[in-house]
Design a protein around this ligand. Structure first.
Ligand code: SF4
Ligand code: SF4
Length: 92
């Protein structure tokens, strides 16, 4: 059977990406109390600028979405896709 290459994933290298200029007019804000650390926004962000960070909450370690605002373009995809409505787009 012939195997064909049907797709590929290219790792995004932020160190080679240009920083967002001052044209962005909205920015995502993560509500720490609503964020469950599920990682959905990480998968959907087209700029790959969201990571999960550990945080201590009520003596337990939980994960929280952390957005690199130097590179975020303010597209709002993360806010739409978050299943817990933990991201709101706010004016800059
Ligand atoms: S999708 Fe929402 S709940 Fe999940 S990690 Fe992102 S901000 Fe947190
Ligand atoms: S607004 Fe767009 S670029 Fe910024 S973190 Fe959300 S999905 Fe990524």
């Amino acid at each position: 059977m012939n195997k064909k290459l049907v797709g590929a994933t290219i790792e995004h290298d932020l160190s080679k990406a240009p920083k967002t200029g001052n044209w962005r007019n909205v920015r995502p804000e993560v509500d720490k109390d609503k964020c469950t650390g599920c990682g959905t926004c990480v998968k959907y962000c087209p700029e790959a600028v969201i990571n999960l960070r550990e945080r201590r909450d009520d003596s337990k370690f939980k994960k929280l979405a952390k957005i690199d605002m130097d590179f975020c373009k303010g597209c709002g995809v993360c806010a739409v896709e978050c299943p817990f409505k933990a991201i709101k787009m706010e004016k800059e």
